[in-house]
Design a protein around this ligand. Structure first.
Ligand code: CTP
Ligand code: CA
Length: 226
């Protein structure tokens, strides 16, 4: 029964998943990025498709195969990711923001390769758009799910983000913990939701965790609807 239910829990639903890092260009040969491997996001997209959702995976540059049944859109920068997400937002039921979006980008992008100089150098940065926060401000019936990788005060920061971004769930993990970080195949998270909801998961593979997270969220949302 469990498997059958999983196959169909998201039938007729459209799910957007963002995954991976973004790249913010400095010049034609250099960029700013982060350690996101995309593994958790690709696992979320694969699990959503398994559960019957029309699944759009909006991915920064990673080298992972596209999960079966998933439509992938490749993007580079935070700005590209924002455009791609917005194009699908109105028609979506769930948005899962697993991507590690750069918070800053170089204020100007040099159109020629920057040459080294004597002494140090300074790159002036400006903020990117907070995609999840923007989605939260324009939310209709979508269920918004954010991820938060923290090194300290995990619960407090997760709850702050839940509120600030008007998200329905924040899935938080402590990246200083062994085998729960960016490159790892396993993860251990705690889900934070509205009205003080909090549920900790055991350490497990990202695939398995993705299924359990979607099981939890779809069950909770079903109770909401009825
Ligand atoms: N996020 C986003 N757009 C950004 C930054 C973050 O959509 N420009 C999303 C991420 O995809 C994630 C959630 O917000 O789902 C939390 O990301 P995180 O980096 O933990 O939160 P920030 O608000 O950027 O806070 P900080 O980096 O200072 O902890
Ligand atoms: Ca951030």
């Amino acid at each position: 029964k469990g498997y059958f239910t999983r196959e169909h829990k998201l039938a007729g639903k459209k799910v957007i998943v963002t995954a991976g890092p973004t790249r913010e260009r400095i010049d034609p040969v250099r960029f700013l990025t982060n350690f996101s491997s995309g593994k958790m996001g690709y696992a979320m997209a694969g699990a959503a498709a398994e559960m019957g959702a029309e699944t759009i995976l909006i991915s920064g540059p990673v080298s992972l195969p596209v999960p079966s049944g998933v439509t992938r859109i490749l993007v580079e920068s935070a700005e590209d990711m924002l455009q791609a997400v917005e194009a699908h937002y109105d028609s979506s039921d769930y948005v899962i923001k697993t991507a590690a979006v750069a918070d800053y980008r170089p204020k100007t992008v040099a159109d020629r390769k920057m040459k080294k100089q004597e002494g140090g150098s300074t790159i002036v940065l400006e903020r990117t758009v907070d995609i999840l926060q923007q989605l939260g401000e324009n939310k209709k019936n979508q269920v918004l799910i954010g991820f938060a990788a923290e090194t300290n005060d995990v619960g407090q920061y997760a709850k702050d983000k839940l509120e600030r971004k008007n998200a329905d769930y924040i899935i938080a993990n402590d990246v200083t913990e062994a085998q729960a970080g960016f490159e790892s195949d396993t993860n251990r998270v705690t889900v934070y939701g509205k009205n003080g909801f909090e549920q900790a998961f055991d350490m497990m593979s990202k695939q398995q965790l993705a299924r359990q997270l979607l099981d939890l969220i779809t069950e909770k949302e079903k109770l909401h609807d009825s």
